[in-house]
Design a binder for this molecule. Sequence first.
Ligand code: CA
Length: 320
Amino acid sequence: MVATPGRPLVIAHRGASGYLPEHTQQAKALAYGQGADVLEQDVVATRDDRLVVLHDLFLERITDVARRYPGRARADGHWYARDFTLAELHGLAVTERLAATGAGAEFPGRFPPWQGEFRLHALDDELALLRGLNVTTGRHVGAYPEIKCPAWHRAAGIDLGVVLAERLEAELALRGPLPLWLQCFDPAELRRLHAEGFRLPMTQLIGRVPARQGDWAGADPLSTAGLASLARHCAAIGPWLGHVWRDGCDTGLVARAHEVGLAVHPWTLRRDRLPDGCATADSLASQLCHEIGVDGLFTDHPDLVVRVRAHGRRLAEALD
Ligand code: CA
């Protein structure tokens, strides 16, 4: 789906994670209330093969798992969600994301670490929240689940891509239409799911260094040939912001992706972590929405993009 020019989808990255601890029900409800069009879910499997909304494979950056289960870290020092049941995960206290060093917050100035009452939740719970809010508001806010580390999950005994795709197909069949995109960094995974007959709209994520992501089937995803190849099974690409905007300028990727019919949903606009050379979050959001013409934008601050998007539309109407 290519969005209306100047009105890209506001995709709430881990919810309104600039304001509340990421991937909590509170962060999702706030994003919804701020006017986001889509809520993002990172999806990881638990020991009992349930799907939980969690960014990392492990737990210690956003929960009290190290204190609650001191003996259950693996040899690499991480507490993996795959080693815990969903019931155990529900019992953990969730905090604003901690810095990798373990000292202080990843984003100083965001929600204070260890304050408030927050919990992890299953993908099913988030879809129920989203469906319920769509009933009470009459809106059609969508979901944007990500298959996290599919090869790692296969080695750990679960085909996460297939389990998630089947869960989403069942969701659509049982409860009716919902705007939905299935995203993944691993290029082989989305190709495989398409080849196995899944027809959910898919978004190929493209990191800073695509060569590190896996098998691109011989075509650099940022090249015209690579984009054309992705267009055979994807609806959109989700590139690192630096691939569409660099040093204040449009790189041309959006136009080239549009030529082959791919929508472009870059990540991640954060007011408190702007790319080099960017004056303000508002100016960057405005340029992405109104000049470069992205079709969606992942952001930790949905209200900011909603406001900038609306301002641009009023400006355009005034000039007409
Ligand atoms: Ca994600």
